[in-house]
Design a protein around this ligand. Structure first.
Ligand SMILES: *Cc1c(COP(=O)(O)O)cnc(C)c1O
Length: 390
């Protein structure tokens, strides 16, 4: 037996997430799982049918490295239709194994060891691990609940996070887990800082069509930002096919090329029969995207109302399919303790927000619920919470 530790130091502290523990608890207790972020119903049949037909038509071998030309075109058309962004599908669009690979390949392809990445804290859980695997250093800027129930940051704290070592700004809007949609003036400040410090912005926009108040503004559309911004999307989130793992990165050719260089030695390619299906999805009419947003808005209202009746302080999200609740009115427990007891106590699973913060004290009072579930499921989970705490 080797006497050395197995886990590389870059990954220490990223061993097992609480998600596995919570999902095991859900399975054991039969609790309703509003913890993990995935929808409980599939996306459009017409999109599924293209994947099935593609398999039988023999679309089963390696697709082209950057993705099929037709899918790259469809991604470009989507960016043009919704945001007026012009992209050349030959070298400004890259298909990836989900948004996750686009993120990992961005850190690996763009960062030197020791470079710094500024990101708002809390972050989606893959950011810190991906940044660490690239040998880069995460510089967190706290995003905290404000008196009006929204999430905000301190401008000075953001400014101080930027330094000569900053290589990337890692922005997620609409933001998981807080549900924050960054507004134009916040984006303007970020744009100024990126330009002042010659930083590349990597923007995770996987919830772009799930916005309930305000509008999603891609950072790439701000003056001076197209030349230094990578926008990342996900068919998993956009079409409710999270298991297909098709995502994309778009932006200026030299940056996309650097990301592609890393990507080609990660997965090389993925999802041959899913790529034509996602292209069909991206070309669905505006009504598909509007309906997706409206359905999520209704689910958000349904769950927020129940959480409110159960006594939680609800921090109503502006986008995404997550809602954060402050547990202070119903318990003195910390969020981790509360979530570990929740399946037994109420028959519901939620995630403690401390797991998303670098400084885990910051999420001690908050828990996150996913509402991309059927109305009946949300109503039942809500009733359980009301009878346990209401
Ligand atoms: C789900 C999610 C991802 C990952 O998307 P995949 O396409 O499944 O890899 C990335 N970022 C955020 C914020 C997410 O919620």
């Amino acid at each position: 037996m080797t006497r050395r530790p197995f886990l590389a130091s870059r990954l220490q502290g990223f061993g097992t997430t609480i998600f596995a523990e919570m999902s095991a608890l859900a399975a054991q207790t039969g609790a309703l799982n509003l913890g993990q972020g995935f929808p409980d119903s599939d996306g459009p049949d017409e999109v599924k049918q293209v994947a099935i037909d593609s398999i039988f038509a023999g679309v089963n071998q390696y697709p082209p490295g950057p993705g099929t030309m037709d899918l790259r075109r469809a991604i470009g058309e989507h960016q043009k239709r919704f945001y007026g962004i012009d992209l050349d599908p030959t070298d400004e669009v890259l298909v990836t194994a989900g948004a996750t690979e686009a993120l990992a390949a961005s850190y690996l392809g763009l960062c030197e060891v020791g470079d710094e990445v500024v990101a708002f804290d809390p972050t989606y859980d893959s950011y810190a691990a991906g940044i660490s695997m690239a040998g880069a250093v995460l510089k967190p800027v706290p995003l905290l609940p404000q008196d009006d129930g929204s999430f905000g940051f301190d401008d000075e704290e953001l400014r101080r996070a930027f330094s000569p070592k900053t290589r990337l700004l890692m922005l997620n809007t609409p933001h998981n887990p807080t549900g924050k949609v960054f507004n134009r003036s916040e984006l303007q400040l970020l744009a100024e800082l990126c330009q002042e410090h010659d930083v590349i912005a990597v923007v995770d926009e996987v919830y772009e069509h799930m916005v309930f108040s305000g509008t999603h503004v891609p950072l790439a559309t701000l003056p001076g930002m197209a030349e230094r911004t990578i926008s990342i999307g996900s068919a998993g989130k956009m079409f409710s096919f999270t298991g297909w793992k098709v995502g994309w990165a778009t932006g200026p050719a030299p940056i996309v090329s650097a990301i592609r260089t890393a990507k080609q030695f990660l997965t090389f390619v993925n999802g041959a029969p899913f790529q034509p299906a996602v292209a069909v999805g991206l070309r669905l009419g505006d009504d598909y995207f509007a309906t997706l947003g409206q359905q999520m808005a209704d689910k958000k209202d349904l769950l927020c109302d129940k959480l409110d009746q159960a006594g939680f302080t609800v921090l109503e999200p502006e986008g995404t399919y997550f809602v954060t609740a402050d547990i202070s009115p119903v318990t003195a427990k910390k969020s981790v303790e509360f979530c570990l007891a929740l399946p037994e106590e109420a028959g519901v699973v939620a995630v403690p927000c401390s797991v998303f913060y670098q400084d885990d004290r910051l999420g001690e009072r908050h828990i996150r619920f996913c509402f991309a579930k059927s109305d009946a499921f949300l109503a039942e989970a809500g009733e359980r919470l009301i009878s346990a705490y209401g």
